[in-house]
Design a protein around this ligand. Sequence first.
Ligand code: ZN
Length: 530
Amino acid sequence: MRNLRWAGAAAFAVALVAGQAPSDGARWWSHILYLADDRLEGRNTGSEGYRQAAIYVAGEFERAGLKPAGTSGYFQPVKFRSREIVEDHSSLALTRHGAAEPLTLGEDAMLSMRVDPAEHIDAPLAFVGYGLTVPEMNYDDLSGLDLHGKIAVYVSAGPASIPGPLSSHYQTAAERGPFLQRAGALGTCTVMNPIAMDIPWPRAALSRFQPAMALDYADMDETFGQKFSCVINPEHLDKWLEGSGHTSEEILKLARQRQPLPRFPLDGRLKARVEVRRSELESPNVAAILPGSDPELKDEYVVLSAHLDHVGVGRPINGDSIYNGAMDDASGVATLLDIAERLHRWGSKLGRSLLLITVTGEEKGLLGSKYFAAHPTVRPEQIVADLNVDMFLPLFSLKILTVYGLEESDLGKQVRTVAEPMGIRIQGDLEPQRNIFIRSDQYSFIRRGVPSLAFKVGYEKGTPEEATAKQWLKERYHAPSDDIHQPVDLRAAADFDKVILAVAEAVANQSERPRWNSESFFRRFATHGN
Ligand SMILES: [Zn+2]
């Protein structure tokens, strides 16, 4: 645990007593102490705890002199439909030659509420490799397949032949959906890819009791007529492959090596009964503006985003049932508040305006940011960039900054220009197979054409820092222990906030608006000449 120090309440108290404008991360940490307190019960979308968190953020925005940028003061309410599995009344089985082999929910597989499932399913299964269609690479796992009335089973990964961002993009539900629909798929079963599993299966499986949510707007539905969705534990994949002539050892080895996967029909049918508890709710994004001062640039906005929601109260782990989400993502919200406060204290004047937004529903599928990007409270063409901060993990000193989207737009160059003189080395994504670039709110902006970046405290492969970061994911990611009683490096957090602020300032002050690089895949979404 080298380089770590215990950031407890005592350290915080000392900083406050010192009475100086804290630059050592104490103010950043103070926001986490509030947002990740048990009292806020893990800030689940739509919950009372989330509402309290939203009020807190709005209050801090106001204290920092920011102007409201919601539809109702600082708030932009978003409507959701919620679905919760009633597992006692649900079941899953494979039937072969008249005999049913029941599957254990939570062990063999879990029923997903990602789509609104039919109550009864009885359908044949087809293994479709990675289930990926990437038109620009002429790659299609579904080509020539008739999946009408069938459940498509695929490994959640992609072959090495497809570059990271492209592979990530086409693995999203929004991109896969239309291709699966065209092939006729009734639903999907996703085999989790062991090498990309941040969370061990037993803990991932506990999340099945948390409600899934969808935006409650007809034009924002992304289920493409699918009537069933489940997730398969790779350890029990053999049950599904029985009689197909293929083994899980063979399939998972190929997936691990990112080799092409075979496609073949599976023996037998899937039989499911799914009972769902449905409800409707509302939960706000919280948005504020620091007006720019340049007459030419002030009507353009640099967005700083972080998600305010976490996953709430769930099944207990080690006797604790509150999933506080201190790093995920109270830490990113705290960075935004810290930045707002610094700008206020210094009376900083920037060319462009800054739009700070803490969004709801990230854990449910980037829903709050998706809603904001579709219904921005400023004109969409005025948004020139998004800098997103989600779980940046200040567990050791900030010497390297990992930047997602580094090679995609000239924001990458800007980050280097700003951070390298501060003694920070910039690196791109070391693990594209984890799909980080599409796994947080920047992606909602990218899809609307906005050049974007996301950031984490970086490390080199094979170092103790890597081990610390991996250990954190294994033990604390989406677990109740991501709380205020964990060791973090306050100095690293303070340094991180400083760099993100410097990047935001540079982007707000540069004369040209940021542009996608000409060879970037994501440039296709550009709509405003950026
Ligand atoms: Zn999360």
